[in-house]
Design a protein around this ligand. Structure first.
Ligand SMILES: [Zn+2]
Length: 274
């Protein structure tokens, strides 16, 4: 912190992570990756991560750039393929930020508060982040290049963007992303290189849990006017949609949160049980 000390008086050093997080969040907002509340949530999540040091902070920023880049690449083609299916697109809101980054921020706080637990807590936190990234990549790359996906539940081809549907390309992207996030974490010394397989396992397991929950448990809606499945209400045709299955409270954000919890738990279990 010596270089920072030249710029900021010592009593204010505690503010540096939060100010840095705010700057990154506002940049994300300006770039259209976060809406206003999403930027506030990202400041909180990012502040926690950066309070954990340069490594955990840089890992979160790297993850954000990696996932946002893939979300934005090929946007026109993806929007054309999923326009009338998915409920949320474009800028991430506060719930999406909390669902994707909340477990990571919590893990870093545990590492800060209980140094004896820090190595385990950071492996679990990184597993959560790897899961969130793997899930995002599976969706984004699968939507872009994957063709029509298969529903795990019905074992039939379904519309692109349907929750719980998979493509071979998306599934490959899932594994690659888990590896990329784990390797970045190891390169930044957030985890040791020996913990890399545990974090990859957590990332893959979390993203697969997301897909399974999306297929069987997540709220499904049906547009009677278009005679098609959708997550929107009302549908983009203007008609009200009805519940067609799944749990009413289990929306996409809750499923993403579940993925990060599974990612953290599996990474923790694999690393702790080695
Ligand atoms: Zn419709």
């Amino acid at each position: 912190m010596a270089d920072v000390g030249l710029l900021v008086p010592a009593p204010l050093w505690g503010l540096v992570p939060w100010l840095t997080a705010a700057v990154v969040a506002v940049s994300g907002h300006r770039a259209g990756a976060l809406n206003r509340r999403g930027a506030m949530a990202a400041t909180l999540v990012g502040g926690c991560a950066m309070a954990g040091g340069v490594g955990p902070g840089a890992l979160l920023v790297g993850w954000f750039v990696w996932t946002t880049g893939w979300s934005r690449a090929g946007r026109a083609r993806k929007a054309a393929r999923t326009g009338s299916v998915v409920a949320k697109g474009g800028a991430r809101d506060a719930w999406q930020v909390a669902a994707n980054g909340g477990v990571y921020a919590l893990g870093v706080l545990v590492a800060l508060g209980a140094p004896a637990l820090a190595p385990m807590a950071l492996v679990a936190a990184t597993g959560a982040l790897a899961a969130a990234g793997a899930d995002t990549l599976a969706t984004e790359v699968g939507t872009w290049w994957g063709g029509d996906p298969w529903s795990l539940r019905t074992r039939r081809r379904v519309a692109t963007g349907t929750s719980g549907a998979v493509t071979p390309v998306g599934t490959a992207a899932l594994g690659v992303s888990a590896l990329v996030v784990a390797a970045l974490a190891a390169a930044l010394a957030v985890i040791s290189w020996r913990a890399l397989p545990a974090v990859v396992a957590g990332g893959v397991a979390g993203a697969l849990a997301d897909t399974v929950a999306g297929a069987w448990l997540q709220l499904r809606r049906w547009c009677p006017a278009c005679d098609t499945a959708t997550e929107q209400d009302p549908h983009d045709c203007g008609a009200a949609t009805r519940v067609a299955g799944g749990w009413r409270w289990l929306d996409n954000d809750a499923v993403n949160l579940l993925a990060t919890v599974v990612g953290a738990a599996v990474a923790w279990g694999v690393w702790g049980g080695r």
